[in-house]
Write a protein that binds this ligand. Structure first.
Ligand SMILES: C[S@@+](CC[C@H](N)C(=O)[O-])C[C@H]1O[C@@H](n2cnc3c(N)ncnc32)[C@H](O)[C@@H]1O
Length: 199
């Protein structure tokens, strides 16, 4: 099947972006095997506070929006943190190119965009395919932590976790670290869930 010139250009751009991302991942994570991963990290409030309190844990935050990533980097530089990396990247592309030896100790998803309309649900970050990809990189016992102010998205996440064979909700698990995020500060109520990678 022939593809349009515009589509071919877009594909080429995507390939260049992924190649650049791979280079960055390989260089920054050369000596790291295990990370705490925060997709959609926004301005990096939570991750910088967590990284400062846990200097032995390598932390990686990604976000689509450049100025949010810049803010995160500025915070890390100001505090002289050497265990944290902020990357401008799309979640799907990041998971595709991340070197296979990198393992996730914890993945934390804080206040992801809720996409409330039914026709937009497929844009939500939490999907069976995402839970599959994270599970492959997480050892048994590792965690997926989710927090949202949007009740419908929280219920959606619970349903996806309950029906996934590689994740089990751990109702007794303690939230890894309490610290505000930009979006958490705007909310009066929110719900959290932690799931553990099964054996
Ligand atoms: C509502 S904000 C929450 C930010 C932060 N977690 C907080 O609590 O302050 C959602 C963030 O996810 C990012 N995001 C959405 N889709 C993404 C994707 N596919 N890959 C990476 N980041 C994404 C957005 O750019 C935005 O910064």
């Amino acid at each position: 099947m022939e593809i349009s010139e515009k589509y071919a250009k877009e594909l080429a751009k995507q390939e260049r972006r992924k190649a650049d991302l791979l280079d960055i991942c390989e260089s920054i994570l050369l000596h790291s095997k295990r990370i705490l991963f925060e997709p959609g990290c926004g301005h990096g409030h939570w991750l910088t506070n967590y990284a400062q309190a846990n200097p032995k844990q390598v932390c990686v935050g990604i976000d689509l929006i450049s100025h949010r990533i810049r803010k995160g980097k500025e915070k890390a530089t100001k505090r002289k943190l050497d265990n944290i990396y902020f990357l401008k990247a799309d979640l799907g592309e990041f998971l595709e190119v991340l070197p296979a030896h990198i393992r996730f100790d914890q993945t934390i998803l804080l206040f992801p965009d809720p996409w409330p309309k039914a026709r937009h649900h497929r844009r939500r970050m939490v999907q069976t395919t995402l839970l599959d990809s994270i599970a492959v990189r997480t050892d048994p016992g590792g965690t997926f932590c989710f927090r949202s102010d949007d009740r419908a998205y929280y219920d959606w996440t619970i349903e996806h976790l309950e029906s996934h064979p590689l994740w089990k909700i751990d109702a007794g698990a303690k939230w890894p670290y309490e610290s505000d995020t930009y979006f958490q500060n705007l909310m009066t109520e929110f719900s959290s869930v932690i799931a553990r990678r099964t054996h």
